[in-house]
Design a protein around this ligand. Structure first.
Ligand SMILES: Cc1cc2nc3c(=O)[nH]c(=O)nc-3n(C[C@H](O)[C@H](O)[C@H](O)COP(=O)(O)OP(=O)(O)OC[C@H]3O[C@@H](n4cnc5c(N)ncnc54)[C@H](O)[C@@H]3O)c2cc1C
Length: 441
């Protein structure tokens, strides 16, 4: 069974014109269109499949500041405040709760790293608590194990990946924007060197501004425009359990396995950082840019299969605007999970939390996590193509910071004071090497 997802009804006909067209209805595109619509901007959100059906419904749902890189921490903090307001603004619940995140460890080096992050975060006004062995054992009593220490971040939380992007899309509709599912954008038209229209499979929308929030498809789309965006994907496998025991930590990370309570009372299980590297033409093309990233993470990555090559999201091909494109041939990127990893994850979770033993598996799935060479997203107007804003490469963190990213995009489009400093996200930074700049987590 694939990842659960709330299906919503959207707008049947395309507008002829729009102030802004957002391409890609994951959490980032949905929030960008939402904050634009709330400012009275005529915005159309295009999604080739279903809203939220790719990465944005396949993740753990963590919305965290804990252990965030300095470049992303302000956006993570701002996002938590935006998540908190969302249900009241839209009148629908995206499942966000500031439940706090619990990290437990027996590794002194890891605990020391968390303490260093706590000291840094204090300077940024973020409070997180180091746990002594006794406190860790108290917080982690459901594990039945002894712990040397841990950390608890009370202001962090989780939202429900099966609902969040669709709920935000409902907010776009309420605010007067339009949302179009099963509608792939094939390309962009330009006039006098700037964006003038978006060509979709259902017709053309004239517009002066495009936001490309196409997740793992962003780089191949950029290539059609002569824009070089180094991007690579890692396949991450994950499973969920049926509703079961209560009284477990809402969100628990250990080096062995991480467990998150889902909105339906079940649990999501995954091994942090573990992934499969499926070769693709694009990955070979950008291999050099990603050496610093993979040099750091190689221990957690296993060689994958050819399924990403076949999926087409990382093709180097050029396509025409008057014929079906790879985005229409693959409406929802739905890779197969690594079954050995799924079984290992389940085994470790049952060992960590004995109350999970005998709770049936509800579903298992995989998702391609799209990453940049330094692990920080690209958000900003692309030099040389006025009106074209790139918002992709969220590197495994985009769900939690989706609200802040969407707000920042709306700020950049409307010229409003930016929610956070946009400089760390500028797409031009990829012209320089990522050595020494890879995000810690
Ligand atoms: C297993 C897993 C666990 C994760 N855990 C977390 C977590 O706990 N916390 C966290 O913050 N992040 C997590 N992430 C990362 C997070 O899910 C992503 O960073 C985030 O969802 C990216 O959102 P997005 O909108 O950029 O991309 P996506 O959700 O992938 O959306 C992009 C959308 O664009 C559409 N699209 C592409 N091209 C076109 C086109 N030409 N026309 C129309 N539509 C198009 C696609 O169909 C897709 O729906 C995890 C990811 C995975 C896979």
């Amino acid at each position: 069974m694939p990842a659960p997802l709330l299906h919503i009804e959207t707008t049947p006909t395309l507008p002829a014109t729009a102030d802004v067209v957002v391409i890609g209805g994951g959490i980032v595109g949905a929030f960008a269109a939402y904050y634009l619509a709330r400012r009275g901007i005529r915005v159309a959100l295009l999604e080739k499949g279903r809203i939220g059906a790719e990465q944005s419904s396949r993740n753990w749902g963590w919305c965290r500041q804990q252990n965030r890189d300095a470049r992303e921490l302000p956006m993570a903090t701002a996002s938590l405040a935006l998540w908190e307001r969302l249900a009241a603004e839209i009148g629908e619940d995206a499942g966000f709760r500031r439940c706090g995140l619990l990290y437990l460890s027996n590794n002194e080096v890891e605990i020391a790293g968390w303490a260093r992050w706590r000291d840094f975060a204090r300077g940024a006004g973020v409070t997180t608590y180091m746990l002594s062995a006794d406190e860790a054992n108290e917080h982690g009593k459901a594990t039945g194990q002894r712990w040397k220490g841990g950390v608890f971040s009370p202001s962090d939380g989780t939202a429900d990946p099966s609902r969040a992007a669709p709920v935000v899309a409902l907010g776009i509709l309420k605010a007067g924007g339009s949302v179009h599912q099963m509608c792939a954008a094939r390309g962009i038209e330009t006039e006098a060197g700037r964006v003038s229209a978006v060509v979709t499979e259902a017709g053309t929308i004239r517009t002066g501004t495009v936001v490309l929030s196409a997740g793992a498809w962003a780089s191949s789309f950029c290539r059609q425009l002569g824009i070089r965006f180094p991007q690579a994907s890692v396949r991450s496998s994950i499973l969920s359990l049926a509703p079961g025991p209560s009284g477990l930590p809402d969100a628990l990370h250990t080096a062995e396995v991480s467990v998150t309570r889902r909105g339906d009372g079940g649990h999501t299980l995954a091994i942090s950082g573990r992934g499969s590297l499926d070769p693709t033409p694009q990955q070979l093309r950008f291999a050099r840019e990603f050496v610093p990233m993979f040099a750091r993470r190689w221990r957690s990555l296993a060689p994958g299969t050819l399924q990403a090559w076949r999926a087409g999201h990382e093709t180097l091909a050029r396509w025409r605007l008057d014929a079906p494109t790879p985005m229409e041939r693959n409406r929802i990127l739905d890779p197969s999970p690594n079954q050995r990893l799924i079984q290992e994850t389940y085994r470790r979770a049952c060992q960590l939390l004995p109350a999970l033993q005998n709770v049936p598996v509800a579903a298992s799935w995989a998702g391609y996590i799209d990453s940049t060479p330094d692990g920080v997203p690209a958000i900003g107007e692309v030099e040389g193509l006025p009106g074209f804003i790139l918002a992709a490469g969220f590197s495994g963190h985009g769900f939690g910071i989706g609200p802040g990213a969407g707000h920042l995009i709306a700020d950049l489009v409307t010229g409003a004071p930016p929610l956070v400093d946009p400089i760390p996200y500028r797409p031009e930074r990829f012209e320089a090497s990522a050595w020494g700049k890879v995000a810690e987590f």
